[in-house]
Design a protein around this ligand. Structure first.
Ligand code: NAP
Length: 293
């Protein structure tokens, strides 16, 4: 069994981006990070995004509206960033407070600054295999992990557990795309899927993104499969200072001995999501600078 080291692969991408940003003439790329309220997980994700931006030489602008902000006021804030020529990318950290329409917020961000890749135009471009769009960071990170680990998907059966807009759907589109490292045969499973273990056992590559701690057990995995564990579940643990431990959607101790390759949690998909957000920000800067000329 080989561990896919997301920390190392993300560090390689960050080093590549740092070199390309250093070579840029003029204004450096800039990302606006909007975090509404004080959700502890969001605080840690946004802090990581800020630190990684600084490491690469990307300017980050932290905007912290209170949890009481209205949807209209958040729209006005986004409108201001959309028209600010010094901002290349906009990220609104999810989850948003209850009562806000998250999809409407995703749509409000100008498509050419939508580095999270959830705007309808970017999701449409993904379906059309138009590479000028932005691909959602976690799915793009998963594809990059597979590629940089030498896993070619052509002829393989990829089973995706989960059909969310953020992970399941876009990663299924990417895996079936007519591109060099993709061309997979894809099955997408969800909470209404019957005989789930019989389907997951067919997977040459199993991508688990359902948000249920240690859901995938050894009986659900074909020996020799590649397993990508997207789950980030906080499980109460009194022995930890934080009071919780992070665990994936895969029961690592029993599944990992069966696999040819597997990602750990933490240290697998998580760091890749941040690295691909940075890739998208540098791409937005390049495209926005070219269209301004
Ligand atoms: P989500 O929006 O809650 O979607 C979960 C999906 O799993 C849904 O499609 C749901 O089916 C399906 N599902 C739930 N229970 C199931 C079951 N018992 N059997 C089969 N399918 C089931 O979650 P998400 O945003 O995609 O996130 C999934 C996990 O990935 C979470 O742990 C999240 O924290 C993690 N995540 C990690 C990163 C990272 O950077 N590492 C990024 C994003 C998300 P229905 O559609 O039928 O409800």
């Amino acid at each position: 069994m080989e561990l896919i080291d997301g920390n190392q692969i993300a560090a390689d991408i960050i080093a590549e981006l740092k070199a390309s940003v250093a070579a840029l003439p003029g204004r450096k790329p800039c990302i606006a990070l909007v975090r509404v309220g004080e959700d502890p997980a969001s605080i840690s994700y946004v802090t990581k995004k800020q630190k990684t931006s600084a490491e690469i030489g990307i300017e980050s602008r932290l905007i912290l509206p209170p949890v009481t902000i209205t949807q209209d006021a958040l729209f006005a804030l986004i409108d201001g960033l959309n028209t600010d020529p010094t901002v290349d990318g906009i990220l609104v950290q999810s989850p948003l407070p209850k009562g806000m329409n998250e999809v409407a917020v995703f749509r409000r961000i100008a498509a050419h600054k939508d580095v999270d890749g959830f705007h309808v135009l970017n999701l449409g471009k993904l379906a059309q295999e138009d590479t000028t769009g932005f691909t959602a960071c976690t799915p793009a990170g998963i594809m990059e992990l597979l590629k940089r680990s030498g896993v070619k998907l052509a002829g393989k059966h990829v089973v995706v557990l989960g059909r969310s807009l953020i992970v399941g759907k876009p990663v299924a589109l990417l895996a079936m795309a007519r591109t060099e490292w993709a061309n997979a045969t894809v099955t997408v499973c969800h909470s209404q899927t019957a005989n789930l273990p019989a389907i997951t056992r067919q997977a040459d590559v199993l991508i688990a993104a359902i948000g249920k701690a240690e859901f995938v057990t050894a009986d659900m995995v074909k020996p020799g499969a590649v397993v990508i564990d997207v789950g980030m579940n906080r499980v109460p643990d009194a022995s930890k200072k934080s009071g919780f431990r992070l665990t994936g959607d895969v029961h690592f101790p029993t599944v990992s001995p069966l696999c040819s390759k597997i990602t750990p949690v933490p240290g697998g998909v998580g760091p890749m999501t941040v690295a691909l957000l940075m890739t998208n920000t540098v791409k937005a800067h390049r495209q926005n600078s070219a269209s301004a000329r």
